[in-house]
Design a protein around this ligand. Structure first.
Ligand code: SF4
Ligand code: SF4
Length: 290
């Protein structure tokens, strides 16, 4: 099973735009959106949902009022201020509760239980470019790394059932737990970066992360014409890490028009950025299958 994981140092670098074009151009794959905090690929691919699975990534405490003796031990022990007392009644504030379980440990009456909490969901779907798996955390919820790993497992199982040997993964932005989780099992990492001061800074951090896991990787510079000097700096730093540059995409209003029409760049235009994208897809294909 080959896994191409597309990542960026921050959101809004054009990562999903690139993944959507690759999804239309590459054959016999499962498409995966691991950006579970803000999954945008479904907006472009307009998938038909096949199955939805709840994600229970954490726990919340609950107090059984019939068993509670009102001693207040849980209130004194909770470091998150999640136990509320109202006229001698002790309750858990689910927004503040972190599910650490200390209240359960200190309760002398076994009045506390820790219950699974639904934090989001993951979805198996069909899209115009083939099978598609994505996850979505509920607003304000945590454990995105765990959901990313579930989404990838569901995608691998689906690929196996369908006899497909390739996963195209839209990874979460940044260098945190969800990004690390999305890199697990990657055969190749495509790093998308913009030639701006913050883009350079974020890309360097991502290069270090990918190098630490000894993964083969390549760079794509998006909106390269904004600063040719910064584009060259990105490419030079990538070379220092042993990563080649697979291509540059120009800044082009057609990219925004394509998104507004819910089309990939390759569906929308074969000039300007469309030409850049065609060259890039061809380079990605040859890199993956060389
Ligand atoms: S589980 Fe932890 S955070 Fe939640 S109420 Fe109990 S002690 Fe507080
Ligand atoms: S520690 Fe247990 S018995 Fe005491 S107030 Fe909390 S829930 Fe009730």
């Amino acid at each position: 099973m080959k896994e191409l994981v597309v990542v960026s140092g921050k959101g809004g670098t054009g990562k999903t735009t690139l993944v959507a074009s690759l999804a239309g151009a590459l054959q016999r794959k499962v498409i995966v959106d691991c950006d579970v905090d803000a999954p945008d690929l479904p907006v472009l691919l307009e998938p038909q949902t096949e199955r939805v699975f709840p994600f229970t990534g954490g726990k919340k405490a609950r107090i059984d009022q019939r068993a509670c003796n009102g001693c207040g031990e849980c209130l004194r022990a909770c470091r998150f201020g999640a136990i509320l007392e109202n006229n001698g009644l002790f309750e858990v504030d689910p927004i503040r509760c972190e599910g650490c379980g200390v209240c359960d440990l200190v309760c002398p009456s076994n009045a506390v239980t820790l219950q699974d909490q639904k934090n989001g969901e993951y979805v198996l779907a069909n899209s115009r470019f083939g099978p598609f798996v994505y996850g979505a955390l509920d607003p304000g919820e945590e454990n995105s790394g765990k959901l990313v790993s579930l989404v990838k497992k569901a995608a691998r199982d689906l690929a196996q059932r369908e006899g497909l040997g390739f996963m195209l993964v839209d990874g979460p932005p940044g260098v945190g737990c969800p990004a690390i989780s999305s890199l697990s099992g990657a055969s190749y990492v495509l790093i998308v970066a913009e030639p701006t001061p913050s883009g350079l800074h974020d890309a360097y951090r991502l290069f270090s992360l990918v190098a630490r896991y000894k993964l083969p990787a390549g760079l794509v510079v998006n909106k390269a014409c904004l600063s040719l000097g910064a584009s060259e700096a990105l490419e030079s730093k990538a070379r220092d890490f042993g990563f080649e540059t697979l291509g540059r995409l120009r800044y082009d209003n057609q990219a925004f028009l394509a998104l507004n029409n819910r089309k990939t760049i390759l569906e929308f235009t074969n000039t300007g950025i469309g030409e850049d994208m065609l060259r890039l897809v061809s380079k990605v294909r040859s890199t993956l299958y060389e």
